[in-house]
Design a binder for this molecule. Structure first.
Ligand SMILES: [Zn+2]
Length: 305
């Protein structure tokens, strides 16, 4: 197969014991580095997902047929954990598709990404992807430092949602959805450490259910308490290695509460954290970094918004 889909400056598709194919780092990768810019083989519009199963099947058949021979071979080489007998375009699609928008994959276009589809799962991933609409490709950046020879991983699940919190819940969902037993660095912790990890994840989930709605009329004592909870929530999401997007969500809440309470030092510190996280996830020139900078220099603009 053409090397453009099997290796790049920082990565290489390899056979990984017990996992089939995966992607390894060819050299040390620093946090925030753009590892891959992956252009889709094809994009599926949201209206291809209709009540009628044939609409999507026909769309996929046609899209696969229209690929050039290399891209078609690349598509058929991707994993299919959904079909019962042999691979099907539908099975490959639902095993590997990426939503290219924020939110539910049925309301946004989805993309078949030839390189990112090779990335295996971890409940504590070391990379994070982001659609770049201007360039028309998915960017994969290192969410932490990755050493040469280390596997590059992504998290297939939204670990902030109910039913994906403990190891047992995650394992059962990954087994039924993708057909593998997760033995990532978190799921393979020893019994005592795993018990602690599960407890902290449950605490982070429970904190996410706290009423952080700033339109509520809290007393100042209640506000102080809510801010304390939000800070703990941010700390847990960060220390447990949740996706940067989920860390940023908690940072946003901390910033709002700190501003409303006049806690300038907390607000300023969380702005720096937000700036750093946005830089790692979206890149230094991104709008997200700009927004976090402005939150520090011109907070009123964002408080009113
Ligand atoms: Zn795991």
């Amino acid at each position: 197969m053409d090397s453009k889909y099997t290796e790049g400056r920082y990565w290489k598709v390899m056979n990984i014991s017990g996992k089939g194919k995966g992607v390894l780092a060819r050299k040390d990768i620093k946090q925030g580095e753009l590892i891959v810019a992956d252009t889709p083989l094809f994009i599926v519009p949201p209206d291809a997902h209709s009540q009628n199963k044939n609409t999507l099947d026909n769309y996929l058949d046609c899209a696969v047929k229209n690929l050039n021979p290399l891209d078609r071979e690349t598509f058929w080489n991707l994993a299919d954990s959904k079909s019962i007998q042999g691979k099907t375009p539908r099975g490959i699609y639902f095993t590997n598709c990426y939503s290219i928008g924020q939110g539910s994959s049925t309301r946004f276009p989805t993309a078949m990404l030839p390189i990112l589809s090779r990335i295996n799962h971890s409940c504590r991933p070391n990379s994070e992807f982001h659609w770049n609409p201007e360039q028309g490709y998915e960017e994969l950046r290192a969410s932490r430092c990755i050493l040469e020879g280390e596997e590059i991983t992504d998290c297939y699940l939204d670990l902030t949602a109910q039913g994906r919190i403990t190891q047992q819940e995650r394992r059962s969902l990954l087994k039924s959805g993708y057909g593998f037993d997760c033995n990532c660095e978190v799921c393979s912790l020893s019994f005592n450490l795993l018990e602690k990890d599960d407890k902290l994840r449950v605490e982070a989930f429970n904190l996410s259910q706290t009423c952080f709605d700033l339109k509520n009329s809290f007393s100042s004592e209640q506000m102080v308490e809510v801010l304390r909870k939000a800070e703990r929530w941010f700390f847990l999401r960060k220390s447990l290695g949740y996706k940067l997007t989920h860390q940023l969500e908690a940072a946003e809440v901390v910033w709002h509460l700190a501003m409303l309470l006049g806690e300038d030092e907390i607000a300023s510190n969380i702005c720096r954290e937000g700036n750093l996280l946005a830089d790692i996830r979206f890149g230094a020139d991104s709008q997200e970094v700009q927004i976090w900078r402005e939150k520090e220099s011109n907070p009123v603009k964002y408080l009113l918004g």
